[in-house]
Design a protein around this ligand. Sequence first.
Ligand code: ADP
Ligand code: MG
Length: 706
Amino acid sequence: MSEVLNVEEIFASKVFTFGKMKERLPKSVYREVRQLMDWGGELSPASADVVAKAMKDWAVENGATHYTHWFQPLTGITAEKHDAFVTHPDTDGKMIMEFSGKELIKGEPDASSFPSGGLRATFEARGYTAWDVTSPAFLKEDATGVILCIPTAFCSYTGEALDKKTPLLRSMEAVSQQALRIVRLFGNDRATKVVANVGAEQEYFLVDREKYLRREDLVFAGRTLFGAPAPKGQELEDHYFGTIRERVGAYMKDLNVALWKLGVTARTQHNEAAPAQHELAPVYETANIAVDHNQIVMETMKKVAGRHGLTCLLHEKPFAGVNGSGKHNNWSLCTDDGVNLLDPGETPNENIQFLLVLACIIKAVDIHADLLRQSASDVGNDHRLGGHEAPPSIMSVFLGEQLEDVVKQLVETGEAARCIEGGKLETGVSTLPDFQKDATDRNRTSPFAFTGNKFEFRMVGSSDSVASPNTTLNAIVAEAFCEAADVLEKAREAGNLEVAVHDMIKEYMTAHQRIIFNGDGYSKEWVEEAARRGLPNFRSTVEAAGTLTTEKAVKLFEKFGIFTRVELESREEIIYEIYAKTINIEALTMIDMAGKRYIPAVVKYSRLVAQAVVAVREAGLEPEAQADLLREVNGNLSAARRALEGLKEAAAQAVAIKNAREQAFFYKDVVMKAMEELRTPIDALEMMVDKEIWPVPSYGELAFEI
Ligand code: ADP
Ligand code: MG
């Protein structure tokens, strides 16, 4: 029997929750912290000391020896620098563990080694981390010991954001302020803020660690750079929602426990479409906490995998030929008095506030389709978007039958008198209940789909932080709300609010209906249709990067104080840098594997075949098959050698390019092509060479033997 898990007891046991603060802080200090969480501001130095002491005492009681400001630099992952709670021993030589308010609130990690895109010259490498009071501190427990992690924002000496959290927090404030203006127009005087909620579904692959370690491409690049397809892929659709293998199940169980302790509401788990692919979904929560928690999910997934002799691959495309991994970013807006602005109710055609919100979102996505697409781009995701599994790289909005019909009526007549109802689904079996079905079916091919009471942004890559997509979503919707409120507030003063709202919904939906697409987003026809509609199609990360610094983007982000022009320019620069470095690592890995593993193995094999040719001939027979095989192997070997030289040369040329943008494009257009050219003969050889001699585990072994 396995031990009984008390989820209620372990949940958030490693988090310094409100509950623990309430228990451990004097009432007045607790109130001050709560106030700060809701309204911002600064903690007084005296209170900061009190909070720090309470936090430290709790952490130490739970075994902590160190603390860290936990932040999210532009590498896309998290960073930490551990400091022990150790201070000068007293005169008796006794050590007292200490942690001051100053240390809690502000940190000063050397910022020079994080990507800054030229924001911060190395000689002024000061960077500061500042406690994000809205995200609770937690204890990380592993072989390093127990570390108190304090979620922080990371800024430069001159105040520019060097991380993903700061702009996200700024965007949340912006959308809250502008959304409040909208709900006020509809008579809501109780709400004091509007919160962006996010639920990030996380896809991942699990492979056997021992096999993983035998493949340099997985170790260095996180994805296979070579590999012939296995005889079986996902065509039987037998993995999706299939029974979970015991070894994977044991992993999921440990993962859940580890996450629950950290206050992450891991809820749903299932096998995904590709062999060895799985998914975990938490319950949604406030955007910045969801972003922090998603980082914790990714980190914990990797860590727990190691304990099970597995490796968790978060790369968007670990294997060619089967589905890659994404991260569905579910997003909605909710007032603090409990109204989800994206809830249409039973009869959306009568819900004017919802229709206005929807119209604003449609407008925002249409105007800033480029930015939204950019926010979901990263190097790995380029292999996924536009394939036949993930959404295309073209932004569009899926509304579903019911809402599409409402929009159609509004556009055509200015009124939406009817609405399609769900109706009954008859099972046709007397012992099964009939049930009410939703008015709208799902569409899995849309990058931005309305799913009942939220939008599901499906473009995001599995390894990426969800900070950027949500920062962008919040920003573009804040702008649309602001523009709407500017007009409607005047109309209210003039006493014709109702007519103005009505006109605005019709106007927005008419002007921006080109972004609505309910068909098959994977089809070739859509690419052509989208081009006719004038929708942007950025096929790669490097092509999308420039959208950050268009006048339109700068105006948007500066207006709401989310990014300055300089911050945007630096972010664009970092995208090129990271892109170039990533492809360079991939190219070098291929050069290494081809030169040291594949080619020597093929040489060895071809010698055996050549010996067989001679032996058969000596035995008086014609070695027809052996000679054919030898010719074929030899031909591919020559091609591989040539391609290897080609790749070496391309990589050398790329490194010499000084301009970051130019260099990134060179990697995309030239180096990637040279990589493909090397892969082709090697993958062909894999199908000819003796398995005993082939130097790395195959796709079949990686995906099916765990
Ligand atoms: P599916 O795989 O069918 O899209 P899941 O249940 O796996 O659905 O995931 C849905 C995600 O959406 C969960 O993380 C869930 O908490 C989140 N979610 C549900 N309602 C909202 C909402 N109003 N706002 C944001 N996220 C939501
Ligand atoms: Mg989903």
